[in-house]
Design a protein around this ligand. Sequence first.
Ligand code: PMV
Length: 333
Amino acid sequence: MIQSSSNSPRQSENAATVTATAHPNIALVKYWGKASEARNIPAVGSLSLTLDGLATTTRVAAADEDRFELNGDTDASMGQRAFAFLDQYWPGRPALDIASDNNFPTAAGLASSASGFAALTLAVDSLLDGGRDRESLAQCAGSGSGSAARSLFGGVVRLDPPAQRDGDIRVRQVAEASDFPLELVIAVTSAARKPIGSTEAMRATAATSPYFDAWVRDQAQDLDAAEQAVAARDFDALAAVTEKSCMKMHAVMLGNDPWLLYWNAATVACIHEVRVLRASGLGVCFTIDAGPQLKAVCLPEDADRVAETLAGVDGVTDVLRASLGRGAFLHSA
Ligand code: PMV
């Protein structure tokens, strides 16, 4: 349920601060590549899990001049990106004071841009309009960061690219968090910011990887397989398509010229551990994003064993846990 931070569902420019929280999401069927960079429209659909536990909380208020703080510090480059995004959707907006906090490492392949843009969109919409439905909010957040569109919804979420050229992305919830309880165990192998951002990396893939066309061509098949596996609560089928999609995405960028690899030695060691655990009968599979962290998707009864094992892998500096959570929400006043 969307809650308003005032008694009125519409908040005016001079209303007090609006606060929104969004959780990151982790794609099982991956998005990689843009159909339109100007509108930030993905070339392929994706299917993701919205997490709980990890969160971005963003406070927005009208101000005399634009200010942007991330985790308590002024962040000029993130601020520039955020305000350019806001200008697109709220032309003529008032100056805004924005303070955003992540309770997990930023820009390290933990989907902080997804939760960041989802929380920002919801907070600013509430402060200035309050009129958009979830689909439109997702449309808007997705133009800031492709994966952010998915964080507006909870549980398992599917995003499809526009049906027609110049159309809109389509985002919908495939299952509630409680329909298919899954746990995430995230093996952090480096908290450093990634050396190359996803937009630049995707641009290089589309321009130089010989595998890009095949990646785009087969994506709908993987999406349908994943959605069916979720509908049937079939963990093994979901595991198979999850690992296939992850490995294909990284294979596509290995084909970039120059090649691109986000993994480190510990990432690879974790992949092998997950294989061993699954071969021993545990419900676990892995996925990896534009960073070196490995995300193990687990059946709840197996998550403790997976967490213990990954914590013992050389080079794993931290293990984070999450289950499935809700879409972005506003705080009550
Ligand atoms: O939303 P972006 O531009 O940060 O791209 C995210 C891409 C991946 O995380 C690698 C895959 C995905 O679908 O989330």
